[in-house]
Write a protein that binds this ligand. Structure first.
Ligand code: SF4
Length: 357
């Protein structure tokens, strides 16, 4: 599909804007079938909220283990006989990230048998002791839920301890689609929608910001996606704790859900990014496209239709790659700048919490 930049609208003249700043479910459903109007509105709201800047962060993923007792049907990452990184191996990776001028380490792993709160805290403490300036963005709500259960304490007490150990913010992953009927089908052993919401709002209440995410393009309906977005909007209205919304198109390789998935076209992906901008406006201002999942070129195109952030350099991306993503493991700051400028926007390096570097 070709969408030329000449069709961007720069004046706030869309009647939908005047009618309703918080789109209701029916309007969002209708917009899906009016792509020209949807794109125009998403771009208008993006410009109003973020101007022409598009941001990225220099970060590194550390997937400290791929052993997992979970059974998510979309997962190609877990292994029953996989690795667990030693503290030394983790610190070597962080040292390499520091040499690359990273400002963030993103730490997530499988649910390895027997892991308790102390194990998770020890990783944070070791990094904080050796690299005190690094922002630690760590542990999904599922990991917090798992460590709390194994340790016989509440998620609230776990998050307090993690914060004391150096936690700066949390990834809002494990959200997948926040509709229990869908969760039962794709990740039956994961926390429920209410449990996810509880961990997230507890984190926000303790002053730990999180991202928000959505895994789409598998067995969910458009209505499920919209319900997911409306739930995130409701949480944000209460807590203000989400830093951004990250769209994660489903990768169909090497997992049992793959054959049943929707084959997302480029147009579907662009429309979904635009719809997220419109649905979450103005409460969640940062809408992020994943270059790992979409590929660089398509991720770059999303900045024309609603997104204002392209995520991080990553330096080591294992989770999507095992599910068939073809991108390399790392995107350099120069490559980010080039991609953003080629799409007519102004590149900005940001911190995890959207400060400027
Ligand atoms: S997505 Fe995470 S929790 Fe689910 S099986 Fe994979 S590694 Fe385990």
């Amino acid at each position: 599909m070709m969408l030329s930049r000449e069709r961007e609208v720069s004046k706030p003249d869309d009647t939908l804007l005047a009618q309703d700043r918080w789109m209701d479910r029916a309007t969002l459903m209708a917009l899906w079938n009016e792509p020209v109007r949807l794109f125009r509105l998403a771009n208008l709201l993006r410009k109003e909220r973020c101007g022409d800047e598009v941001s990225f962060v220099i970060n590194r993923n550390v997937n400290f283990t791929n052993r997992c007792v979970g059974s998510c049907r979309f997962c190609a990452f877990r292994r029953s006989d996989g690795y667990i990184l030693t503290e030394e191996e983790i610190l070597e990776r962080v040292a390499a990230a520091e040499r690359f001028s990273a400002t963030e380490i993103c730490i997530q792993g499988g649910l390895a048998p027997g892991l308790v709160l102390e194990d998770y805290c020890r990783i944070l403490e070791a990094i904080r002791e050796n690299f005190p300036r690094m922002h630690l963005h760590a542990y999904s709500p599922m990991e917090v839920f798992y460590m709390s259960k194994n340790s016989g304490i509440t998620p609230e007490d776990s998050i307090k301890e993690l914060k004391r150990a150096g936690l700066g913010s949390m990834p809002g992953t494990a959200a997948e689609i926040l509709v229990d009927r869908v969760r039962m089908e794709i990740c039956p052993s994961k926390l429920t929608t209410a449990e996810w919401r509880d961990v997230i709002t507890t984190a926000h209440g303790l002053g730990v910001p999180t991202t928000s995410t959505m895994l789409y393009g598998h067995v969910e309906s458009l209505e499920d996606r919209i319900n997911h977005l409306l739930l995130l909007r409701e949480i944000q209205a209460d807590t203000g704790g989400f830093t951004e919304f990250v769209l994660l198109p489903f990768m169909s390789g090497n997992n049992s859900l793959g054959p049943m998935s929707q084959r997302l076209s480029h147009l579907d992906n662009l429309k979904m990014h635009a719809l997220a901008r419109v649905a979450l406006h103005p409460l969640i201002g940062n809408i992020q496209a994943s270059w790992v999942k979409l590929g660089r070129d398509l991720a770059g195109r999303t900045v024309l239709w609603g997104t204002n952030d392209l995520g991080g350099t990553l330096m080591e991306e294992n989770i999507s790659r095992t599910a068939g993503a073809v991108e390399a493991e790392c995107m350099t700051p120069a490559q980010f700048r080039d991609l953003i400028e080629r799409n007519g926007r102004v590149p900005v390096q940001r911190t995890t919490l959207y400060g400027r570097v």
